[in-house]
Design a protein around this ligand. Sequence first.
Ligand SMILES: *[C@@H]1O[C@H](CO)[C@@H](O)[C@H](O)[C@H]1NC(C)=O
Ligand SMILES: *[C@@H]1O[C@H](CO)[C@@H](O)[C@H](O)[C@H]1NC(C)=O
Ligand SMILES: *[C@@H]1O[C@H](CO)[C@@H](O)[C@H](O)[C@H]1NC(C)=O
Ligand SMILES: *[C@@H]1O[C@H](CO)[C@@H](O)[C@H](O)[C@H]1NC(C)=O
Ligand SMILES: *[C@@H]1O[C@H](CO)[C@@H](O)[C@H](O)[C@H]1NC(C)=O
Length: 380
Amino acid sequence: MQAMKSLLVCSFLFSFLSISTTTTPDTITPSRSMRDGETLVSAGGSFQLGFFSPGTSKGRYLGIWYSVHTETVVWVANRERPLGDSSGVLKVTEQGVLVLLNSTNRIVWSSNSSTTAGNPVSQLMDSGNLVLKDGNETNPDKFLWQSFDYPCDTFLPEMKLGWDLVTGLDRYVSSWRSTEDPSSGQFSLRMDRRGFPQIFVMKGAKIMSRAGSWNGLHFTAYPYSQQTQASPTSEYEFVLNKDEVYYEYRLLNTSTFSRYMLNPSGTAARFTWVYRTHSWEQSSTFQADQCQNYALCGAYTSCRVNVSPICACLKGFVPKSPKDWNSGYWSDGCVRKIPLACSSGDGFLNYTGVKLPDTSSSWYDKSMSLKESMSPKWLV
Ligand SMILES: *[C@@H]1O[C@H](CO)[C@@H](O)[C@H](O)[C@H]1NC(C)=O
Ligand SMILES: *[C@@H]1O[C@H](CO)[C@@H](O)[C@H](O)[C@H]1NC(C)=O
Ligand SMILES: *[C@@H]1O[C@H](CO)[C@@H](O)[C@H](O)[C@H]1NC(C)=O
Ligand SMILES: *[C@@H]1O[C@H](CO)[C@@H](O)[C@H](O)[C@H]1NC(C)=O
Ligand SMILES: *[C@@H]1O[C@H](CO)[C@@H](O)[C@H](O)[C@H]1NC(C)=O
């Protein structure tokens, strides 16, 4: 009986809570704007949109953060142009443009959507995507604008990291300048389209590390353990066709939170929310070890973290600059001991468990399956 009573109390509490969240709006319209101090809450309660100042910064920014941890900002609208005071207002114009105005009614930031709408509505979705659409439109292809197309330092589930080849839109993640300054920093996490597409962490135009190429299941540099195969928490997708090239992941349990973030010093890592400790735990990183540093060992080499030195020439190759190689500078790589002679019996060697080499100057055959490409026939 006692148990029954507390069950009843619980369900009463829950219905009360769900009523209170659904009454917080998740939309703004031309007749309802949002001022500094107000927030939008997504329908499922996962994300909030509002104004904030990072750390000790005085600037005011319009951003999206998690409800479970409001300090974790996943997107910033006016990252390059902070407001000087708390008089910011977010509006949807009659034409269907999202604008951020300052105290003198000047546009500080806008969604540069070009199509007009009869009944423009901006809605914060439960995925953390702020969208601009016409009326009750639910087809994402018809949205007029969406924040997921303009990522900041966070790559969220359901976001596309990569290219819309029709419009030329490149969706890439860029770090904050510092933990208190959301403006674009030096680092980016992006899909490189040259050859067979790959994901790079870059510092300006310089490649810092490479997540490897998609092998049909995962990126080759990315740990893919038996355990994650046995009890997956996410599903991953790599799309490559004439219209799009992108990578996307989705969480299988919508009550869980997980995100990739590129921090101001260029480290890209995945974090998962742990309810018990009320904190983010790092679950993986692109740059887990020294071998992830791009071209650390140079050409015709292999890199192994658990041996010393970590760089070694492939079989049949010797260091190009032995003096530098022996003093721990490996980037010049290795060269053939004797010239290649295919006609006199030189062939292929079998290396397993290695990341594919940089595929930016490769060609590829999309019609081949993973099984076929791994079969020995391919090597002949
Ligand atoms: C509002 O924005 C305009 C245009 O950027 C700027 O010139 C003006 O100083 C701003 N006003 C205030 C009060 O910040
Ligand atoms: C939106 O702004 C971006 C960056 O400022 C620009 O590259 C793009 O062409 C703009 N799109 C439209 C529809 O104006
Ligand atoms: C949107 O949906 C609501 C509720 O389903 C309905 O009352 C409203 O008329 C719809 N608006 C438009 C523009 O279709
Ligand atoms: C989803 O995650 C929540 C929070 O961790 C957990 O309570 C729930 O049991 C999970 N649901 C499933 C179907 O695994
Ligand atoms: C390469 O080595 C792996 C593991 O030793 C083996 O399973 C595979 O058959 C080998 N492939 C070829 C083409 O020799």
